[in-house]
Design a protein around this ligand. Sequence first.
Ligand code: MIG
Length: 788
Amino acid sequence: MQDTSFAIHPGNKSKIEGTTFRDIGDVTSFKQENNHFLFSCEYGRVTIVFYSNHVARVVMNHKQDPVVEGSFAVIQKQGIVNVEVVEDKEAIRLGTDALTVYIEKSPMRVSFLDTNGDLIIGEGQKGMGHSPSGEVICYKQAHPDEHYYGFGEKTGFLDKQGEKMTMWNTDVYAPHNPETDALYQSIPFFMTLRQGRAHGLFFDNTGKTQFTMRTEDGTFHFSGETGQMDYYILAGPTMKEVLNQYTTLTGTMPLPPKWALGYHQSRYSYETEAEVRELVGNFLNKEIPVDAIYLDIHYMDEYRVFTFDEDRFPNAKQLVADLKEQGIRIVPIVDPGVKEDPEYVTYQEGIGDDRFCKYLEGNVYYGDVWPGKSAFPDFTNEDVQTWWGDKHTFYSDLGIEGIWNDMNEPAVFNETKTMDTKVVHDNNGVPKTHRELHNIYGLKMGEATYEGMKNNLDGKRTFLLTRAGYAGVQRYASVWTGDNRSFWEHLQLAIPMCMNLGMSGVPFCGPDVGGFAHDSNGQLLARWTQFGTFTPYFRNHSAIGTQRQEPWSFGEDVEANVKKYIHLRYIWMPELYRLFKEASVTGIPVMRPLVLEYPEDKHTFNLSDQFMIGANVIVAPVTTPDTEQRLVYLPEGEWVNYWTDEKVSGGDHIIAKAPIDTLPLFIKVDTMIAQGSPKQSTLVQEDDYQLHAYFGVKKEASYTIYEDDGETFEYENNHAFEKYVQMSYDNGVLTVTAEDVNTSYTPGFDKVTLVAHGLSDVTEARVNGKHVQFQKNNMNNVVITISR
Ligand code: MIG
């Protein structure tokens, strides 16, 4: 009935919005206990705590004392924060060096002010409250000139002003479109940008939540169907600081193994060992780089996880070993559903030790997924996590180093698409219903898988890809955006979706390149691969029964085009790897919306069809068919066309030429980028490390090279190669300063080639004060070689 007009039957509207809101009312008492500030109000109790000078948390419970323990997302401990408390008749001020929480008493309204006393975010007529049916709600003042970024994996444009969004992890196979709301990930975090200043808001609620960013009445609000009103305000004041504060709260991405940044090839499914070997043969013969091949559900024995079908894959171990020698990893899919089969050991262990999700009454919950009737591990229990993690020795013993988690919303083939919300999770002895914990099922499965594999790999980095997640998912997994389709519109949609994932703490993300469902075509694959070259995660994947979309599926021209861009991925690998390292430390994403670098420039506020890699490179994919040019916005300053070395003035929209084999790319002047050379896979060490400087008016640029072993956790002990290089030009002289910062790791290259773009009259070059020889390349750029 949902797809006929019956869906808009006048009787279907459940309630009149707003009429059931019960305001929290007046503060009736206030006290401080250690670092906790406790408020009793007429219709609820509130606790406020600080995590740092910049981060405050508000927890409201209308039934009992607020519970401050037990977040799944937050790993930061409450800090020792110096808070000054000032109380008068009307209000209470809780002030740190950077942030003041201002609480009006009658009725209770909570506002946040910066050090200057300027409002960061306030409450007006309405504040916190709840509805009789138990939803918790919070209204905040909105300003007309605000822009909202984040919210994880959402369709639509970059700026979420005017949107209403639901967080409820959902397996959505139906085509994703602007009104497809809840997808696989729920990240109830966003940041507000207003006149160049930013702050963040994280609503830590693991049930179904909603954000209504329709601000015509001067407010926005967010609500949770269950659980507490529990939110954090992150004071910024820059967007990058907000990201840093958010990833300090919820964790940053660990640096992935380098192979995870290569080109990955998938299909639902490569069904047999022979098919996989043939596929690999094609990549090698055609000299198309590839770092990983995925095994979708067909590899298993009737979809039993932790098994291989021995007819299809008679010698999985040999296959994995042979491929690894070629620098190619096998990544198998692992779903949470465990087949109900009394002769299957994983099921026996699950039942035997009471590890599956159950109803309050004690009966196991069963749902239909690929293996038929299945039970679902209760990952909210630590022992279950350990058990599940340990089971991955099945894969690691075969030489497998990466895992792909799918269907972990959890998806179930029924009307609601998921587990019965009445199921009760153990939650380490603090039982909660699935209704309350739905959104963390994928996160906890990811944690179990990541920790298990990490443990098994003996100091090597593992790689996990997940479909579902919650705030903090970046600690364990990279995220792909699920079942998109081979539509141009879905190529368009992926750009702001991935940018907003990055703005939500998840730097390692990307869509299925070429599109999953529906039939792809050559032009679409070519353009999508061009985009994929610069998405943090780069995997071509397609569904059973669809047109094949390996690089050679559409004739020689498309193959050459796709190959050029997969090569380009490896050429850019040194730069990408450095950016991944940066993201793993600061939380600032690899793929960035322009607004993150130009928060004062209104042209960037909702710019959804181009993005940046790092701080200095603009990528402008072509996302429409038969299109050989496109509008590109270049912010103020000068830019250089990567392909032609032409200088272009910014502060304007330009028309970039984009023949079918050209992806428009622009580099900001007076900056440097690192480049390598094409490789069959990341197994081949870089031996051609180059730094390209693009000189503009300042005639000065600098860079810090970052390399490490790419596969162990030794980088955590600072085992890396870092070298600072500065290049400047004055009066005919090109001056280079090169300084070792960290030499505890020795990279595969023993020299660095410096290429100076945009200098026409160099007469002399000096490195660290010494006169050196220089050359000119075919683009008339000055080339100097320095030792590593
Ligand atoms: O409902 O394993 O999003 O990437 O190929 C389909 C089969 C289940 C959904 C994933 C897709 C994967 C497919 N899976």
